[in-house]
Write a protein that binds this ligand. Structure first.
Ligand SMILES: Nc1ncnc2c1ncn2[C@@H]1O[C@H](COP(=O)(O)OP(=O)(O)O)[C@@H](O)[C@H]1O
Ligand SMILES: [Mg+2]
Length: 399
């Protein structure tokens, strides 16, 4: 946005509009307000960006906007306000580790308003054939959210699948150049056909369009397993299945000189079938975490899975970074209901040594802080699979 059209020079802003709405001003004034907003010549989307990127918005502004949404008459203002409220809700939910489902549902409801869909399309600069009329907010991540979208129907029977996932950056991350660039380059860097990863169709500075992968995340599966095992005890079959499957996938990936670099249970999707069918999403060095541009709860948790050497810019072995993450994931798979999640802490590891020394030995080898001491049991990922499948890994089950 150039300084020429910066909203600060506008006669009125969405802040004023929200303030008036909060104060319960008579309806007649809303028409005048809307006229003034439009007369300012500043695109509504610029007002939206200003509000979303201002870290010091008073909490009552959001309440004011909700009132305004009920009262404003013009479709484009309604759309802009609807968009601001959606983004604000998603942003809030991504900062705290609360279940996202109610927020996603509320935002999906707001998107049923055509003017909000228009504002959303303009904000993310979406192509015309990305149909939003039945789109729903599907998942929330650490820096983005996933919208389940459709492509407008075509007669081409070889056309790509109609239903797809649109990963959109949350507005505050749109301000960070390294994150925008990573998003833009995603198709180029990770779009080659990689097994166990969704096909990527398009990536811009604001979004990535890709196959929709149906299933729970491994994080959700872990939570389910833990709730079933409140009384303690390790589900060896599960831990081993996760270990063997991930070792196999990483082995294939690394052989193709591809690396994940942000492997965590939230970036692994488990297919709906009984077999452990895993798909990796969200490839690439996560700048929001390693450059500490975000301190929200979700990114703090995501930090636990990242190899320490990824936090400084010394030369590193990318495959070893992924194997470190695998170790933390396995430690979590073996943790019980009372343990702190995703922490490669001494407590979790010593408990694992007591209960399952075979698995503990592998995990300890994977999560060594120093890459040169990591993977001493197995130089290659394929060898790690043998450790898993060897009988020693579960030979001393606690009685
Ligand atoms: N292609 C996809 N299909 C279905 N769900 C996905 C897809 N990509 C990501 N997700 C889900 O959305 C969440 C957020 O996406 P992700 O790419 O991990 O974003 P972030 O960088 O914000 O963490 C993931 O944890 C996963 O649950
Ligand atoms: Mg993610």
């Amino acid at each position: 946005m150039s300084s020429k059209d910066a909203p600060r020079t506008a006669e009125v802003s969405l802040y004023d509009a929200a303030g008036l709405a909060e104060a319960g001003t008579a309806d007649a004034n809303y028409d005048a307000l809307e006229r003034r907003l439009r007369a300012s010549g500043v695109p509504l989307v610029a007002h939206v960006e200003q509000l979303l990127n201002d870290p010091h918005v008073a909490p009552d502004v959001w309440g004011g906007l909700a009132c305004l949404l009920e009262r404003c008459a013009t479709a484009d203002l309604r759309g802009a306000v609807g968009l601001v409220l959606i983004m604000h809700d998603l942003d809030e939910a991504s900062r705290v580790l609360e279940p996202a489902a109610p927020v996603l549902e509320r935002c999906s409801d707001r998107l049923t308003e055509p003017s909000t869909r228009d504002a959303f399309r303009e904000f993310y600069r979406l192509p015309d054939d990305y149909a939003l009329d039945s789109a729903t907010f599907y998942k929330l991540g650490t820096t983005s959210f996933i919208l389940e979208c459709r492509r407008a129907p075509t007669d081409d029977r070889f056309a790509k699948p109609q239903r797809f996932a649109l990963k959109c950056l949350l507005p505050r991350y749109l301000l960070i150049r390294s994150i925008r660039q990573r998003t833009l380059a995603y198709k180029h860097e990770h779009g080659a056909e990689v097994s166990h990863a969704p096909q990527i169709y398009e990536s811009t500075e604001r979004y990535i369009a890709m196959d929709l992968v149906v299933g729970d995340t491994l994080a959700e599966r872990f939570a389910l397993h833990r709730s079933k095992r409140r009384t303690g005890g390790i589900d060896f079959a599960f831990v081993r299945a996760v270990g063997v499957t991930l070792c196999t996938i990483l082995g294939e990936l690394h052989q193709d000189r591809h690396h994940h670099l942000d492997l965590s249970p939230s970036n692994i999707i488990v297919g709906p079938d009984d077999a452990l069918d895993l798909t990796l999403v969200d490839f690439g060095h996560n700048f929001a975490i390693t450059e500490k541009v975000s301190s929200n709860a979700a990114t703090k948790q995501a930090m636990h899975y990242i190899a320490p050497e990824l936090f400084d810019d010394t030369t590193r072995d990318d495959a070893k970074c992924d194997m470190y993450s695998l170790g933390v994931i396995l430690l979590e798979a073996a943790a019980d209901a009372n343990q702190d999640l995703g922490k490669a802490g001494d407590d979790s590891l010593s408990m694992l040594w007591e209960r399952a020394p075979g698995i503990a030995r592998i995990v300890e080898d994977l999560i060594d802080d120093k890459p040169e001491y990591r993977l001493l049991l197995a130089d290659e990922e394929t060898a790690a699979i043998h450790i898993f499948t060897s009988p020693t890994s579960s030979s001393r089950r606690p009685r």
